[in-house]
Design a binder for this molecule. Sequence first.
Ligand code: 6PG
Length: 245
Amino acid sequence: MPDVQTFSTPDKLMCAAAEDFAATSEAAIAERGRCFVLLAGGSTPKTLYSLLASDPWRDRIDWLHVHLFWGDERCVPPDHPESNYCMAREALLDHLDTPTENIHRIRGEHDADTAANMYDKELRSIEQSGDGRPFPFDWALLGMGDDGHTASIFPGSPALSETRRRVMAVYVDHLRAWRVTCTPLLINAARRIVFLVSGESKAERLRDVLFGSQRPERWPSQSIKPTAGLVTWLLDRAAATQLRQ
Ligand code: 6PG
């Protein structure tokens, strides 16, 4: 059974996610001196970022030792309204004292292949400055789209069958756009993965993803199965209406 936690309101859901992040980052910094975080795009994560940028969370979290990465990006400049980095900067980073060297964005201003290669290189150089081994994210935040996609892994995406690359360029037909996405290979190595899902528009797909037959090609969020870590689904009541609990 997946670990599913449902909260009566969107506000309570956001507080639970903030608490989860605060506790995870505190433990990671105490054990390893830093916390590697993977951020998501989308409106649900944005609400969480604004909360984390406000009291009491902002002061409770040791942002100097938090390193921020992104699970996916659109091919737009960093100040573009569609940029996931821009969204996180406005909602969160502009309100913190995180050192710029702790911010590891995907460079969406380049073409998708170049941006994916640059990001992979950045991951490798961080690994080489440590013990050389691939590092797991301490906390990977994911959203889920109404169609069951997560990060920029859409139904039928080649990222679902990728066995080598941890980051790749993907063309999304229905959006007629290139995106850069982390693949399940990288996300599933995380120590802790948190899906944050809010609203009734997600209810039916959530039921399919959590309790339907295994069809990750159709419902990509099913491809998220941590190899050694934990995955938790944090939901509000509206998103959980189709679940039998
Ligand atoms: C993105 C994402 C994407 C998002 C979900 C949920 O760049 O759009 O990373 O996977 O998290 O689509 O988004 P909402 O919370 O807006 O529904």
